[in-house]
Design a protein around this ligand. Structure first.
Ligand SMILES: Cc1cc2nc3c(=O)[nH]c(=O)nc-3n(C[C@H](O)[C@H](O)[C@H](O)COP(=O)(O)OP(=O)(O)OC[C@H]3O[C@@H](n4cnc5c(N)ncnc54)[C@H](O)[C@@H]3O)c2cc1C
Length: 479
């Protein structure tokens, strides 16, 4: 079936846009979550939305699944390809189509990198606010699919707050536009964060923000993480909403130091990076209050220039990759807890780490309670990988127990699908599947992601037996 489909794909795409060479296919076998791998059946590199639509229509004709891929930096295996399917890579769709400053909007293709949007408007005093640490390489299409966050999302909101419209190819190959201004159901809201399961974004209208008049970046070094945690609560409690509050513990600092020599204060048990932005007068007032709140810090550094600001951020932005310097293997975990639960959850993570003899480095968007524990292990040591997995799963349980969630920004993908039943009942999951069915009744768009055991839409590995309670009660319709 795939061979016949490949021949048909060659009819609608340029010759160099269809990859079947086994060596080149391996380039795409995983995303940032490298321990899930699959060689895609075929890879296509469309150049236009119409070509994406043609590919999806052919996939429908041959009943072959397809997976969208942007830059492949996802950390939950969302872009993991299918061996029996087509991987639709958007890396050739990299045009900034329109910049409309009076309306503070830009229209871009899905393969445009997050940072390229800001670079297109920076000279004119604007920027695109959501800033994942991967912003130099991740695509805006991937950001939409994951509803990505970043350090500055505490004050400015996630991707969903900065996307005005999306042109998408629906799972059956229609090209439609979902616009925030559309009356009726918020279909754009449903699409953002749907991890490629509701179709492929081919054009995205983003909101541009005005660059703030003043920015003050502060690094506060504390003896231990509890003191840092208390400072975070006190800052928010004082009514200050910084653009960003990030925290790193001693192990994460050690890794960043080894990788990028960020020169954070020696002996710090935790560093807090706080960025204040806005009108100068407001930033000055907030900074004065911040200094009082951080009086317990043994060192307070304030960036005096753009270079010093970049130096403070360097350690934090490189933290995930940096742990490779202190550990042969690691799992990047992503969970959320209410801010006030941070100290208790961090203490529990410490306990789990000691109990299972697995080191955990903590890096987090402290302002919104989004933890990124980096679970370190030696993959040559028998049983270490399993212990790391146990700790990693137990951290997610902690997040749920404390009223949080199993993902803050990296998505569910293939990695966390098995944890979904810990947060949701079967009925909850079936109801989500009904939404999916409305877009993708044949289950061809990124199947096997997000949901643990899909039981509707006929998606493998099994079909739900009997009628769903919501359908039975007349509240929902099954296609
Ligand atoms: C070092 C590092 C730091 C990171 N920091 C952050 C961070 O601070 N915040 C954060 O939120 N994430 C972060 N991430 C995770 C990752 O960068 C984001 O999830 C990003 O949005 C993925 O974009 P991508 O283009 O690489 O998408 P991919 O990995 O290619 O795909 C991700 C998902 O999006 C789907 N998809 C891709 N393109 C489209 C499209 N056009 N239409 C529909 N679906 C599509 C895929 O099917 C997949 O499910 C980080 C990753 C790394 C490696």
């Amino acid at each position: 079936m795939l061979d016949t489909l490949t021949a048909a794909l060659r009819e609608v795409l340029p010759a160099d846009a269809v990859i079947t060479d086994p060596v080149r296919l391996r380039t795409y076998e995983c995303d940032g979550l490298t321990y899930h791998r699959a060689t895609p059946g075929v890879v296509v590199l469309p150049d236009t939305a119409e070509q994406v639509a043609s590919v999806v229509r052919l996939c429908n004709e041959f009943a072959v699944p397809f997976v969208a891929r942007g830059s492949g930096t996802g950390l939950s295996g969302g872009a993991l390809p299918r061996e029996d399917g087509v991987l639709v890579v958007t890396s050739r769709m990299r045009r900034v189509l329109e910049v409309d400053l009076p309306n503070r909007r830009a229209v871009v293709e899905p393969g445009v990198t997050n940072l390229a949007i800001t670079e297109a408007v920076r000279d004119r005093g604007y920027y695109y606010a959501p800033d994942p640490s991967s912003q130099q390489i991740c695509s805006i299409g991937g950001n939409v699919a994951e509803n990505s966050g970043g350090a500055h999302c505490l004050k400015y909101g996630f991707t969903v707050n900065h996307v005005e419209a999306c042109e998408i190819v629906t799972p059956d190959g229609d090209l439609v536009t979902l616009d925030r201004m559309d009356p009726g159901y918020d279909l754009l809201g449903a699409f953002i964060g749907s991890e490629g399961t509701l179709g492929i974004a081919t054009k995205i209208t983003v909101r541009l923000s005005r660059a703030p008049e003043s920015v003050t970046t502060v690094l506060a070094a504390f003896e231990n993480i509890e003191q840092g945690g208390r400072a975070v609560s006190a800052i928010i409690g004082a009514g200050i909403v910084p653009a960003a509050i990030e925290m790193m513990d001693a192990l994460a600092i050690e890794a960043a130091e080894a990788a990028v020599a960020c020169d954070y204060p020696r002996g710090a048990g935790a560093v807090l990076i706080v960025e204040l932005d806005g009108p100068s007068a407001e930033v000055e007032l907030q900074f004065a209050r911040l200094k009082e709140i951080c009086a317990g810090a043994f060192e307070l550094r304030v960036a005096a220039s753009q270079e010093e600001r970049a130096a403070i951020w360097k350690g934090r932005k490189s933290a995930f990759a940096a742990v490779g310097r202190i550990s042969p293997a690691y799992i990047v975990q992503d969970g959320v807890v209410p801010r006030t639960a941070l100290p208790r959850v961090l203490a529990e993570i410490d306990r789990l780490s000691a109990e299972h003899r697995i080191r955990v480095a903590n890096v987090f968007h402290a302002g919104d309670g989004n933890l990124h524990p980096l679970v370190l292990f030696d993959d040559t040591e028998p049983g270490a990988g399993e212990r790391a997995e146990t700790v990693s799963g137990a951290i997610l349980d902690l997040c749920i127990e404390h009223g949080g969630s199993i993902t803050g920004e990296h998505g569910v993908g293939v990695d966390k699908a098995r944890y979904m039943p810990r947060m949701f009942t079967d009925d909850d999951l079936d109801t989500m599947q009904l939404v999916r069915c409305a877009f993708d009744p044949r289950g061809l768009s990124n199947p096997g992601k997000v949901f643990p055991t899909p039981r509707l839409c006929g998606e493998v590995p099994g079909v739900r037996k009997g009628v769903h309670p919501l359908v039975e009660s007349g509240k929902a319709e099954q296609f």
